[in-house]
Ligand binder design. Structure first.
Ligand SMILES: Nc1nc2c(ncn2[C@@H]2O[C@H](COP(=O)(O)OP(=O)(O)OP(=O)(O)O)[C@@H](O)[C@H]2O)c(=O)[nH]1
Length: 303
């Protein structure tokens, strides 16, 4: 039913794709703000996160999803796939992100989900800055166009911000008439606590070895505005093994200090406030394998 009195447009837009293609980087670019953490390592995004882009009479609510992947051995991977698949059920448009000229079986799997959903889909070919052979790329584009009836195919570079405004415009055009879902000044639906934990996790991934990311999680034990106007934040980093704990803390606590400093700076930017950050590391065995432990850490609450 059309509502003649509604002059605004608003809708949910899913950003899907296999791990590491640049979904979170694209979302941050679309919003001009960092709401989703990124890293060179695949499967950085574990939770579903909303990024809200309001301008003039429209509001696009982006759903950044964990990268869909075929490996489901661990509970955390099953959880991430569930979070990514279920977001397709609620949206009106899909941005399917792939990488340059690379196309693999995980991309194929995401495509089959997009097809199943029956939703309009824009194919976003990211990391164009890395594509050297333009001729081969044109052939690749033609092959991609055969795979599905995409509404648009847009080559972009999320890191360089190239063609990102064009995507915003295309998305805005597609939004249905609706009241805004969120107040205009919101950029995400997530709490400051959640954002603080995500920032710490991002720094952990950036500053630690390859082995670490999948077995690390962060809980915010304290988040309060102290009398002196400073945010006091305590983060607890959970790892699976004593060796990982030592690795994170580093010699004389140096490594943890670096992680903390970088995290604090990002928090101060995001919260626009001074932050006092304390970090602790604790060993909690097997958390990534155990569905119940995951739920207790807040991984099961999303639909
Ligand atoms: N060269 C280049 N690198 C990019 C571009 N966009 C993203 N990246 C890099 O690709 C890596 C992964 O980016 P993310 O945004 O974390 O990817 P994601 O798809 O959200 O990853 P998951 O969380 O694993 O699903 C990071 O190192 C980014 O800097 C791009 O346009 N060009």
């Amino acid at each position: 039913m059309t509502e003649p009195n509604i002059t605004t447009r608003c809708g949910l837009v899913a950003i899907v794709g296999r791990p590491n293609v640049g979904k979170s980087t694209l979302l941050n670019r679309l919003l001009g703000q960092k709401v989703s953490i990124t890293s060179r390592k695949p499967q950085t995004t574990r939770h579903r996160i909303l990024g809200i882009d309001s301008e003039g009479d429209y509001q696009a609510v982006y759903v950044d999803t964990p990268g869909l992947h075929q490996e489901e051995k661990r509970a955390i991977n099953r959880y991430m796939n569930r979070a990514a698949s279920s977001s397709l059920a609620e949206v009106g448009l899909v941005l399917f992100v792939i990488e340059g000229t690379r196309w693999n079986s995980d991309d194929e799997m995401v495509l089959s989900k997009v097809k199943e959903s029956g939703l309009p889909c824009y194919l976003i070919v990211n990391k164009m800055d890395k594509v050297e052979d333009k001729e081969a790329f044109m052939v690749h584009l033609q092959q991609l166009a055969q795979k599905h009836t995409f509404e648009h195919i847009v080559p972009v570079s999320a890191t360089q911000g190239k063609m990102v405004d064009e995507i915003r415009e295309l998305v805005a055009k597609n939004l249905p008439a609706s009241e805004f879902f969120f107040p205009e000044d919101y950029i995400t639906d997530r709490s400051s606590r959640f954002m603080a934990a995500e920032i710490i996790r991002e720094k952990l991934m950036r500053f630690t070895g390859d082995e670490l990311p999948y077995s690390t999680t962060v809980e915010i034990e304290q988040f309060k505005l102290a009398d002196n106007g400073i945010y006091r934040i305590s983060g607890l980093i959970l790892v699976e093994r004593e060796t990982q704990k030592r690795m994170i803390i580093g010699k004389g606590g140096k490594h943890l200090k670096t992680i903390g400093e970088h995290a604090r700076k990002d928090m101060e930017k995001l919260f626009d406030n001074k932050v006092f950050l304390e970090l602790w590391v604790k060993v909690k065995q097997g958390w990534a394998d155990d569905e119940r432990a995951l739920r207790s850490l807040g991984y099961g609450d999303e639909n």
